[in-house]
Write a protein that binds this ligand. Structure first.
Ligand SMILES: [Zn+2]
Ligand SMILES: [Zn+2]
Length: 613
């Protein structure tokens, strides 16, 4: 099936003006031929230069070929607007890393051009890296978003700084804001797993760019705020030059179920439980939290919340009116024992098996207040994000060992996705009918599937842009093409350090984790003579007490090597260290097939200190 792509109104307008100009020129030419040739030339020159400059650049800095850290830059002439500034969580290979944020080099270099940042919604993968970005750009860059989104963003800043000096502007549905001279952004309501989720229709000098944000098409949304089909189709009718659309569920057939269905399943599970109910959910999934509160209220259970982040979201969302409940339904965790088991719901974090989250601590029996009992029902109201499956199933197995009832997505409808499946993606394509299309928000397989959907639905293959992070995409009225790259990738955050853990540090961490470390301490006199040692200390390599012989032999090998160095006149510490590393490394590998990190430490002493050693 193919559709007519509506012509872009902006283009039509320009065409008409050009025609008028031509007619005017012809008329004037007849009246005064010489003068008007010049005029015509100027007009043509003007037209060409306009065309040349009429290019918009779309630069994704995150969210492509990955899940997380969504971020898109739009640039026209010397002005930039940014859509979302998200973070990602590290996978197993990034040892010790807390967060992953986009590479901001391009924005740092062009910080004076940034006219504003607009947020589609309040999920971590869209707002989580904001405080890190604001540390690199002008702090008076305005931040636009809906009420809940801005409140959650503000809370993110508290992680490392404050957002007091950042100008924030709250935007409502159907409101249009101007970012710089060239971008007019209308916020169009969509449905997702958090309230205040928006698509952006961005009117630019080259045409309309529509960014769907994260969306599903939920016809029975929990908060009654549905997708603004009218506005979306109005833009479709007007003519959208380029659409960027959420690809997360492009592989899933059919429609994603409505969030309100989860409420029904939760109620069924709650009714079956005779003991305590422990529910793990995403803190940012405000609609889900509302449903849990609702069911608890109906079944006359009190809720005890575990985890600071969960308490914070309850505070923000209820203060702003996005979460509604009577204050007395919440009880402090320490008061749980004062109630019967069937009067309690414990709400906690840890749906992804995060080692420090409440559910993992509960599963390991290491939680301060909660010990799992036989009649407890544990509900994990989320699916594992790809990569987290092992950790999640580990928790489930541990919980099952306590003989608790464990309910997770595979066994019941206690979770639905916040992202649209194939039919919803088709519907969006059909409403908007963009001239050009760019799948975003997903791994490569998702983007590719979304591209195929668009092709099967009438967008010509050559009008689809398959970009990756850092691609610089040039968009004009007539053409879209990849035009080089800007720096993009991952910046790793570990504790207070941002970007200071690079490949070398990571490789060390991986080596240390795999085979441990051996420290060889050498005390050497100024003359180069070995005065004491080598002392060998190992951690995570072999159990020293059981490997005394090997350690002793290592000492001998190192001594011999130092003698060899001395006889050959090698005195530089760097050379000595690398020789020690090599001989010890070879020996360990031969004996154990392991490659520990070897760290020679040389201490220099004056010759006359010998006796004291
Ligand atoms: Zn989202
Ligand atoms: Zn997202």
């Amino acid at each position: 099936m193919a559709w007519k792509i509506f012509s872009n109104l902006e283009t039509e307008k320009v065409d008409k003006t050009e025609k008028k100009l031509e007619i005017k020129n012809i008329k004037e030419k007849v009246a005064n031929p010489k003068k008007n040739i010049n005029k015509q030339e100027t007009a043509i020159k003007k037209k060409t230069s306009n065309n040349k400059e009429d290019k918009l650049y779309v630069i994704p800095l995150g969210g492509l070929e990955e899940i997380g850290k969504n971020m898109t830059v739009l640039q026209y002439k010397d002005e930039i607007m940014v859509i979302d500034v998200g973070l990602a969580f590290p996978d197993d290979e990034l040892l010790g890393i807390d967060l992953v944020i986009p590479d901001f080099t391009y924005l740092e270099k062009n910080k004076d051009k940034i006219k504003g940042i607009a947020l589609t919604h309040g999920h971590e993968d869209h707002i989580g890296a904001l405080p890190y970005l604001y540390n690199k750009i002008n702090r008076d860059t305005p931040l636009y978003g809906a009420k809940l989104t801005l409140a959650l963003a503000e809370a993110k800043f508290e992680r490392i700084s404050s957002s007091e000096d950042v100008p924030k502007r709250e935007v409502k549905a159907r409101e249009t804001i101007s970012i710089g001279k060239y971008f007019k952004v209308e916020f169009i309501r969509v449905t997702h797993s958090i309230a205040d989720s928006f698509a952006f229709a961005i009117t630019t000098p080259v045409g309309i760019i529509l960014h769907t944000g994260d969306f599903k098409i939920d016809l029975t949304p929990v908060d009654g705020e549905g997708v603004d089909f009218h506005r979306l189709s109005q833009y479709g009718e007007k003519g959208v030059l380029l659409m960027l659309s959420d690809s997360t569920n492009a592989e899933v057939e059919g429609f994603t179920k409505s969030e309100s269905k989860v409420g029904e399943s939760l109620k069924q599970e709650f009714e079956k439980a005779d003991g305590r109910i422990i529910v793990a959910a995403f803190t940012s999934h405000v609609h889900r939290l509302q449903q849990i509160v609702e069911v608890a209220r109906e079944l006359k259970r009190k809720i005890a919340i575990d985890g600071r982040s969960m308490i914070k979201v309850f505070d923000i969302a209820s203060r702003l009116g996005y979460l509604n409940y009577a204050e007395e339904i919440l009880i402090p965790m320490k008061n749980v024992e004062n109630y019967n088991d069937d009067e309690i719901v414990i709400l906690c974090t840890g749906t992804q098996g995060e080692p420090l989250a409440a559910l993992s601590r509960i599963a390991k029996g290491m939680h301060k207040h909660i010990k799992v009992k036989e009649k407890d029902t544990v509900i994990i109201s989320a699916t594992p994000i790809p990569g987290n499956e092992k950790a999640v199933y580990n928790n489930i197995s541990k919980l099952l060992k306590y003989d608790a009832e464990v309910i997770y997505e595979k066994v019941a409808g206690i979770h639905v996705s916040g992202h649209g499946s194939q039919e919803e993606l088709r519907l969006m394509l059909n409403l908007i009918r963009p001239k050009y299309f760019m799948p975003v928000h997903g791994e490569f397989k998702h983007l590719k599937k979304h591209r195929d959907l668009a092709i099967s639905y009438g967008v010509p293959k050559e009008n689809i842009i398959m970009a990756d992070n850092g691609s610089k995409i040039e968009v004009s009225r007539q053409n879209v093409k990849l035009m080089g790259r800007v720096p993009a990738g991952e910046t790793l955050v570990d504790g207070l350090g941002v970007g200071d853990v690079g490949n070398i540090v990571l490789r060390d961490r991986q080596n240390l984790a795999q085979d441990g470390i051996v420290i060889v301490v050498l005390t050497i006199a100024k003359s180069g003579e070995l005065m004491a040692g080598p002392d060998i200390i190992t951690r995570g390599f072999v159990y020293a007490r059981e490997s005394e012989a090997m350690i002793k032999e290592t000492t001998e090998i190192v001594k011999q090597e130092l003698k060899r160095c001395e006889s050959e006149g090698i005195k530089e510490w760097a050379a000595l260290k690398s020789s020690v590393k090599e001989v010890a490394g070879n020996y360990f590998y031969e004996k154990t097939n392991r490659k520990p990190v070897i760290l020679p430490i040389i201490m220099e002493v004056q010759n006359n200190n010998r006796k004291e050693l």
